[in-house]
Ligand binder design. Structure first.
Ligand SMILES: Cc1ncc(COP(=O)(O)O)c(C=O)c1O
Length: 394
């Protein structure tokens, strides 16, 4: 090995798996460059823009002298933190102290801060499987151990108190991370199931982290915040999904008081603050709820198109389509390899979906995830293409 190469060898902790959906996106982009029309059901991001109120606030901030766009306080612009706290009163009837709101670079930034503030290297963190891949990859990069707990149809694919305690008995857990609505499954926990899991975790000394990024996008029943069950839970949310602001990179945390100062110190050192323009826009996004409810109504129509259309194509087994904008389907009647299935569906029918292996290293080869965050016309066209393609296979 040359000396230069040895000096720059990547660390073992950097050896995290790629996020497969990104590879599907690249393959779809190559087809589009070659002139093909691809329907994008692989990406977990809204096609709609940020609320007009957010865009107007950003334009106004840019139109001024620019002096307002310096660093902000590490925990976030105070008026944004107050507005986020007020959102809990409006949406859930929960009083939140603005001093416990931490503004982050998307919920992704919140995971890093929460894990660093709560965990030591080697700590074990329970995750349900299937789950959003970066949870386990960030934990691994930080030297912690993700503990994958399988879920099934009998529990609506939610983690149960029994399964959590069984993993804790094997070797103690430090924390558990749960999302409802979840990605990739689109399933949700009932308020009772969530409260029971939070209570079980805390009684056993396991910290509860709740990823509530898909709140607001619920169709089966309203999502409940873990804060209702416990003020010791770390609650993470984002402007990316409901508010259609993925690229603005703003999220937040409601943190137990004892963690706020450590998180502030970490954030001061890691990022200083979240981009100011994005924080200004995010605060104004709360005034754009009527527009976002119309976007949500579009997802609900897309959901109906898939729930009716996919069984007519032969894809009859999928998880309860409760929330977010995902449908997780079992395609094992057609293939033992969902990766190859997704590749063929893209190349032959021009529909991009994400193979389940991204979310579940064990059973993911039976599943693909459909995202229905695009237009209604795209959904109708996708069902038509999938139907014709599967017929050709049979
Ligand atoms: C479950 C879940 N959590 C967190 C994120 C990260 O989102 P962001 O960092 O944009 O807030 C995503 C993105 O797809 C997600 O699906």
């Amino acid at each position: 090995m040359t000396r230069d190469r040895a000096l720059c060898l990547p660390s073992a902790r950097s050896d995290v798996p790629a996020f497969m959906v990104m590879d599907v996106m690249s393959a779809a982009a190559r087809l589009e460059q070659a002139g093909r029309h691809v329907i994008h059901m692989e990406v977990g991001q809204p096609a709609a823009p940020a609320p007009a109120t957010a865009l107007a606030a950003a334009r106004e901030a840019l139109g001024g002298s620019g002096a307002a766009l310096g660093y902000t306080e590490s925990l976030g612009i105070p008026s944004l933190r107050r507005r986020i706290a007020h959102h809990y009163e409006e949406a859930y009837g929960e009083a939140v102290d603005p001093a416990t709101v931490v503004v982050t670079t998307g919920s992704s930034g919140a995971f890093v801060l929460a894990f660093l503030a709560l965990l030591e290297p080697g700590d074990r963190v329970a995750l349900s499987v299937p789950a959003y891949p970066p949870y386990r990859h960030i934990l691994t990069a930080l030297g912690c151990e993700p503990v994958l707990i399988r879920t099934g149809a009998d529990t609506r694919f939610a983690l149960t108190p029994e399964a959590l305690l069984a993993a804790h008995r094997e070797k103690p857990l430090k924390a558990v991370l749960v999302a409802s609505p979840a990605n990739p499954t689109g399933t949700m926990m009932t308020a009772e199931a969530l409260a029971e899991l939070v209570a079980t975790a805390e009684d056993a000394g396991i910290a509860f982290i709740s990823d509530e990024i898909y709140h607001g996008l619920d169709y089966a029943f309203p999502a409940t915040t873990a804060l209702t069950a416990s003020r010791r839970a770390v609650v993470i949310n984002s402007f990316s999904k409901y508010f259609c602001m993925t690229g603005w990179r703003v999220g937040w945390m409601i943190a137990p008081e004892i963690l706020v100062r450590p998180m502030e110190r970490l954030h001061q050192n890691l990022a200083i603050s979240v981009p100011t323009l994005s924080q200004v826009a995010a605060q104004a996004a709360f005034d754009g709820r009527a527009e976002m409810e119309a976007v949500k109504a579009g997802y609900a129509r897309n959901r109906d198109i898939l729930v009716k259309g996919l069984p007519a194509c032969g894809i009859e087994r999928f998880l309860p389509v409760d929330g977010a904008f995902y449908l997780y389907a079992d395609v094992s009647d057609f293939t033992p390899d969902s990766h190859a299935f997704a590749r063929a569906l893209l190349e032959e029918a021009g529909v991009a979906v994400t193979p389940g292996l991204d979310f579940d290293p064990v059973s993911g080869h039976h599943f693909v995830r459909f995202s229905y965050a695009r237009s209604e016309a795209d959904m109708i066209e996708a069902v038509d293409r999938i139907g014709r393609w599967l017929k050709g296979m049979g």
